[in-house]
Design a protein around this ligand. Sequence first.
Ligand code: ADP
Ligand code: ZN
Length: 610
Amino acid sequence: MTASALPETRTALDVLTTVFGYDHFRGDQAEIIDTVLRGQDALVLMPTGGGKSLCYQIPALLRPGTGVVISPLIALMQDQVDALSALGARAGFLNSTQSVPERRAVEDAFLAGELDLLYLAPERLGVPETVRLLQAGKVSLFAIDEAHCVSAWGHDFRPDYLRLTVLAETWPDVPRIALTATATRQTADEIVRRLELHDARTFVSSFDRPNITYRIAPKDSPRTQLVDLIRAEHTGDAGIVYCLSRASVETTAEHLNAHGIPALAYHAGMPAPLRAANQSRFLREDGIVMVATIAFGMGIDKPDVRFVAHLDLPKSVEGYYQETGRAGRDGLPSTAWLAYGLQDVVQQRRMIDTSEGDAAHKRRMGANLDAMLALCETITCRRVQLLAYFGQDGPACGNCDTCLAPPESWDGTVAAQKVLSTVLRLERQGQRYGAGHVVDILTGKPTPRITSLGHDQLPVFGVGADLSATEWRTVVRQILAQGLLGVDSEGYGTLSLTEAADPVLGGKQEVRLRRDVRTKTSRTRKPAAAAADAELTPDAAARMEKLRAWRGATAKESGVPAYVVFHDATLRALAQRNPVSIDDLSDVSGIGAAKRERYGAAILELLAEG
Ligand code: ADP
Ligand code: ZN
């Protein structure tokens, strides 16, 4: 029996239990579904992993007609359709990757009313035939996924999203539900305006992702730090590593492979087929690390990504939160780790100065960077800062580096004055230098460059012998972050004073600095997945092993990612409960009617063997 062949009187909760195998709704899901079922528009702001898909999938299964999902993620449509088919729902997609006969088959199914869900790339709505096709069939709702792509200011802008006003114009009576994991007020307002969702009910979830541990570490040799982190805490885990440049993506992937950590690269400069192949391997195989630029990740719904690492500073808190949010969708413990240093600040300030775009655009980028820097330099809970950025508040979390090992702050006024007056002395001689040179002067290092320039004769030469060069770099980084210093726009990364430096130099303003905590990654910490498995009894752990192997083989046979068969959490529940009858299976979260029918016998047989 297919999902939609069930009696009409089904409630949303029936569908949740019978089709998806879950026993209760999370957060606002029930109310959102109810809103759409009543035919009203909705705007849903929910963090990654919050459960947005059910919010349109269930109404699509219940309302007569086909739910049309607009998604920019062409490469993932096949997986989404496979996942729905595995649940017994009837789904298809239309995009440019299909052959004509494939497309025709989906169109015919839609016209015959045989699809519960139809995925469409936004650009298809620019094609008149598509609009005519949709008009010829029956549409139950429109879901606009990744709705923040409509924001011209955002990092994921897709011009095709601006076309989506056609939906309201052509189908005024069909409810629209727009969904995004981006949560600033600004973006939400822009979505409402550009998609003309004026009568939509807005649902804002808590943006907290309590299972993610946020850590921001001082950067010294990022690739070595990354290898240490993976070896200490994430051996065998799937993860994503973000780098700013394509070159650094390639080098980092090579570095990981050379250290025995299976890694793949992904960036916009690679040939499309290779990129697609790497993405597919990351989704299908266990324990692969994807090293990528930010071109990678939107819509990746792999639930068991155990860590997201950033080797370069993200350009905004919003981007950072989206990217780190790809860790731990399954709710199990996960890590977000960022390495950040002086060079990041210099580089980003320079990029903003030299970027094209008007003054307003630069101001906006500058404000984004400042918020990101404030997060890096905070001595209070990272999560509190992150959530505050999205207009939400909460208590200190106990699950971020500043909560777990609170950094000290110290009165850095004198240190800041030393740096600033060094820069001032140089400026007075009409000269500007980068951070390295300034630190050499402060620590009194008589390099050939210093002596040939006569900088060893400056009164500030050697006044900073009380701190090490590393500590001075930390000081420079922080006063740059605080805006007391600027970076030139010619591309050399030289430092200059800003107006904000005046009160500090004049002794009228104190400067608080954070003392970097150089924690070694803890060797005692268990890899997250291993930690969860460790809670199983020996018998259950043995069953877990068998179930994992079975899942791997089954997924491979059907050509789908392992999580489309069952999530880790479902396997663990099976291992723990050791069900002996088909009825027992109904109580396991993540097993709905279709999966019970398809895999139930095999699982019982497998467990009975042990
Ligand atoms: P999002 O699109 O918001 O990132 P998903 O829709 O992919 O999140 O959901 C994240 C995970 O949570 C999925 O694996 C989904 O099956 C699961 N999930 C969603 N709603 C529920 C629920 N009510 N009970 C149990 N699991 C759920
Ligand atoms: Zn915290």
